[in-house]
Design a protein around this ligand. Structure first.
Ligand code: UDP
Length: 270
């Protein structure tokens, strides 16, 4: 979509406090606060996209202006990675914690049951999305799944897929088609989707369905989730992580040095 017709991926006015980390602006929200914000927006009759950004995506945004714009115009952006939370401390603008897309799926499904809201799952292979839905229905008894569909379709089918979501009247839509495919779909179909809250969740359905393993909690806390994924798919992911991690480290170090020298220059000598 050309840049001048980009949709602001939201309605509503409240904006939580934010922290800038390199080219990304992140909301200073804990996972619980994020869920509260989303539910409140639904209750207010508003709409919005939530972007979950990790280091690899933040670096991808630098070379993909369309993705950068998508994240910039999302209503909420949360840090889906421990290294981003650490980086936020360097600027003394700490983010409260990591907010992972895959955890949001569970937390939102739990709230959806309590608040009587419908959910829709779009993405992954059809057997995977079906099995992920089954797992979530087991975990969250009474979950109102208004529909689900696989993420393998051509551009000519995209509008019909989006309208199916709208017709289901689901309030919350999870799109798991990988980055940036899912963002392009959401952006192009925003007006057709109907759902109030739309979240891109990458490969999360594969993890929920048991096709891929998630890193253990201590590996996540150590900021090494990427290494765990790399071990599982070395051929596909080696160059991606080599490039994005070294770029991130370089940029963060450079910004930290620049900041220290700015502070020194601004401090009057005795
Ligand atoms: N996927 C999809 N449609 C596509 C390509 C991928 O729904 O046309 C799904 C894929 O099945 C997986 C998720 O998107 O569940 C993430 O894909 P992938 O692992 O390739 O992306 P990554 O997260 O590694 O960038």
């Amino acid at each position: 979509m050309p840049s001048d017709t980009a949709h602001p991926l939201q309605t509503g006015t409240t904006t939580p406090a934010q922290t800038q980390i390199l080219n990304g602006r992140f909301d200073k929200l804990s996972a619980d606060q994020t869920v509260d914000e989303l539910i409140q927006a639904i209750r207010n009759g508003e709409r919005g996209v939530l972007s979950t950004v990790n280091v690899a995506i933040l670096m991808m945004m630098r070379s993909n202006p369309r993705l950068q714009r998508f994240v910039d115009t999302s209503r909420w952006t949360v840090a889906d990675g421990q290294p981003l939370v650490w980086a936020s401390h360097l600027w003394q603008q700490p983010l409260p914690e990591r907010v992972a897309g895959i955890d949001l799926i569970d937390q939102l499904c739990a709230r959806a049951v309590r608040e009587d809201l419908g959910v829709y799952f779009l993405g992954a292979e059809s057997s995977i999305v079906r099995s992920a839905v089954g797992v979530l229905q087991n975990r969250h008894r009474g979950l109102d799944v208004r529909g689900y569909a696989d993420g393998y379709f051509g551009p000519e089918q995209a509008a019909a897929r989006a309208r199916a979501v709208a017709e289901s009247r689901a309030e919350i839509l999870f799109v798991a088609m990988g980055v940036p495919r899912q963002e392009y779909f959401i952006e192009e179909q925003w007006d057709n989707l109907g759902a109030r809250i739309v979240i891109g969740v990458g490969g999360s359905f594969d993890v929920i369905a048991g096709r891929r393993k998630r890193a253990p909690a201590f590996v996540q806390r150590a900021g090494l989730e990427w290494a765990y994924r790399l071990i599982q798919e070395p051929r596909r992911l080696f160059s991606r992580y080599l490039v994005t991690n070294s770029q991130f480290l370089g940029l963060i170090s450079w910004s930290a040095i620049a900041q220290v020298s700015r502070v020194r220059r601004a401090t009057p000598r005795p």
